[in-house]
Design a protein around this ligand. Sequence first.
Ligand code: SAH
Ligand code: SF4
Ligand code: F3S
Length: 469
Amino acid sequence: MAKTFYIETFGCQMNVHDSEKVAGKLLSSGYRQVETADEADLVLYNTCSIREKAAQKVFTRLNEYKRARGAGKLFGVIGCVAQQEGEKIFEAAPHVSLVAGSASYSRFSDLLVQLESGNRRVTGLSLDTDATFETDFTHRDNPFRAYITIIEGCDKHCAYCVVPFTRGRERSRTSQNVLEEARKLADAGYSEIQLLGQNVNSYRDPSPAAVSFANLLGKVAEIPGIRRVRFTTSHPRDFTRDIVHAIESHPALCNQVHLPVQSGSTEVLRRMRRDYTREEYLERIRWMRESKRPISISTDIIVGFPGETEHDFEQTMDLLFEVGYHSIFSFQYSPRPNTESLAFEDTIPKEEKGRRLRILQERQRSMQIERNQRLVGTEQEVLIEGRNNREEDGRRQWKGRTVQNMVLNFTVPDELACGVAAGQYMHVRVTSAGPNSLVGVATRGDEACVSWPPSMMRPAPENVFHVLS
Ligand code: SAH
Ligand code: SF4
Ligand code: F3S
């Protein structure tokens, strides 16, 4: 009987995609994927270390299995906590046999061989690699939206952040290689591509073609069959005007940009080592506002960074008004191992961080309600993601995503219902709006209706994801 594995993923989209690649390697090595850890011979946790709470999740999971239930199973901790904690994980959780960070996945088959031959302390922890992790065996969980990592690692060293320590130096894939994968995906029926990198726009083509990031976006958007291209996360320092021009010139390039600001105060940004001022950030926002296509902008914000005064925080609050974000991901500052700001006195009490976060989120929420209300009556193209459990007017809803990445839950009148399925595009009239999603009714199907080969609608078990942002 085939050996079985279970993989659970915490963290960002890059981790989600890494899990797809690791799953692909396991499947090609004769493993079968199962839906629960209880059924699995090999249990893998792909971990995130960005904040303390995220990092602790894996230890909670491992503790659940310490007692009896884990007997006869192999456990592996991979991803950012693995890279950060290294062999200490074997001491903290002696039932773990594999500890490997993302820079070692390109030799995952090798690690697997060691595990199978009885080594109970297999490690893949070297960050000293030029390899970008690519695989022909990627087992994608979604049959119509595909991730492509174009740049690994981070060279920025923001004062609060673990990523440079958990993912190593920046390494970009060649543009030829990225385009080849995108073309293959288009041929296989994928219509949406998401280009990934911790700082996706720091991409530097290592090939002689030296294709710029903006040109790469354009080239992916021009591939026949690709209808939507997104990219995340953009760093403000490397956000150039030609990215906005690319969005203007390529309808398949979604008019949506995630541009984390972290703080509205230049003084806090300086201590965070973000490498831009409030004014420079706002200049990039202006480029987008001046664009011929309306671009939706989202961001990440940290409140309570050491030394953040009430005045600094007010500047972040003001920034919400100035920019008018479509959505934000906001967090309380969490001191992390190895980082520069670990040595800064964590001056702001937990309750105060909580208060700042609450009022920030409340302001954003009311702005989102207002903004989304303005979409009522408009027609939006959605890519259908699947069915919802909720009903509206006695019909079960579908869930779709607009070009600007908003969730739009909608019903389909009987005359349009034939053949509606996940992965297809429809036009939907927005009838009401909440802070985080829209509700609507389909008005027409899609002329260039995509039809999926039955093999792509596989009922295989899905990876379990806890996606952050
Ligand atoms: N590379 C991206 C962000 C990656 S991490 C960028 O530079 O913008 C995702 C988000 O987690 C960050 O944008 C930041 O808002 C948050 N984050 C990172 N480290 C954190 C910490 N120590 N405490 C709280 N939030 C943190
Ligand atoms: Fe972390 Fe800064 Fe790199 Fe983003 S740019 S991953 S916040 S070090
Ligand atoms: Fe978390 Fe690592 Fe991503 S720390 S956010 S999984 S790069």
